[in-house]
Design a protein around this ligand. Sequence first.
Ligand code: FUL
Length: 475
Amino acid sequence: MNARGFTRRNFLASLGAGGLVAALPTHAKGTIASAMRPRPTASQLAWQREELAMFVHFGMNTFSDREWGDGREDPRTFAPAQLDARQWARTAKQAGFRSMILTAKHHDGFCLWPSATTSHTVAASPWRDGRGDLVREFTDACRAEGLRAGVYLSPWDRNHPAYGQGQAYNDIYIAQLTELLTHYGPLFELWFDGANGEGPNGRHQQYDWARIHATVRKLQPDAVMFSDAGPDLRWVGNESGSAGVVNWSTVDPARVPAPGANDPWTTEALQQGDPDGAIWRPAETDVSIRPGWFWHANEAAKVRSPDNLLGLYFSSVGRNSKLLLNVPPNREGLIDAPDLAALEGFRARRDGIFAHDLMRGAKIATQMQAHDGRLEFELPSSVEFDVIRLEEDIAHGQAIAGYRLQAHDGGAWRTLHWGGTIGNARLARIAPTRARRLRLLIDFAYASPRIARVALFRDPRTSGMGRRVDDHGAD
Ligand code: FUL
């Protein structure tokens, strides 16, 4: 027990059709009651449960072969000959992604929809004879494939003449946002980039974040907003696909007051969140399938492999985050062959591991049900596993700060895996292990812990001898 009220709590558990579900909390004396801890909104919960979203960086940079355009690009160079947003959406769906986010405007200021706020848009390009609207094609394609659509709208704009003029540009930005929020049906996420690379003599613009947030809330109250400083989702603090090993979905907003900071303490706050934080603001892990965010011909051989993508899944979704994987279409306007192959392989790797939960059929050892912070269960026969998935029931908030998973070897309990936070999902790999009796110990929790799931899997790729932690002999 410490000053914060770390406590071991009792819970009961029962088995449901999908495996292990429901831990019922007992009341806590002298600790923060569960009801007082922050909880996700329905939109935040739906956002996180999707696990996988696809980021689509496409625009002027695709044609200029740059990552950050300077805003002086000629719109006539935007000419994808075979653009097919349905191919993007089909690809995402087949790979198990549930939503997509398009860069409607990147830092170069080129709008992928015919915005009335600027002439620097698709309307000035040869694509679809200047009558195209890529945000329309994108949102239609998402809906046709049953995916949710979101947009990225860069506040930093290196083209618009009003940029740097205070309210004049803020009015333009709000007008652009309003077009996106009112013309294309429901958007599930608005992605606000903190990047601003203006040099010392550059044009400086104070963004009106309060107005931006109010505009989204008013026009699309169910959408979630991303930026380093939220308000609904926070950046994970890096672009390498790695969430904090300790990762709270709660934050102290004072530690990341505005988007765009780039110092070690902000990075740590983004990575880890804060167990005492008063605001629910889960971390989103954005990372690209290629070295760049935009497509470049010379990166075809550098597309991540299925195993690399699986690693990202473990280090993001498996650390209480959501993976926003960028897959940039090429100059034809299509997702390229190496990326398609990698995504197909990624899906196959996940299916191979997660299709069969070895915990199904497990019984809770009844005599252990009321033990302190302990959930013990027995399988009908011993199973070999090397992947663990734990879930906290985050609809009620996040509380667990320390746990161990143990197997009984006949004489004693041995720890197979241990960690700090769990949150929406904790994925871990261990050496292949055969066991029949297992238990999960919750050593520290800020409120009554609610375990939603304990699942065990066997990765078909990891063959060879596993260790046996089993007191029941051969099957
Ligand atoms: C960054 C941007 O500067 C990159 O170009 C990219 O859009 C990435 C997702 O966010 O801040």
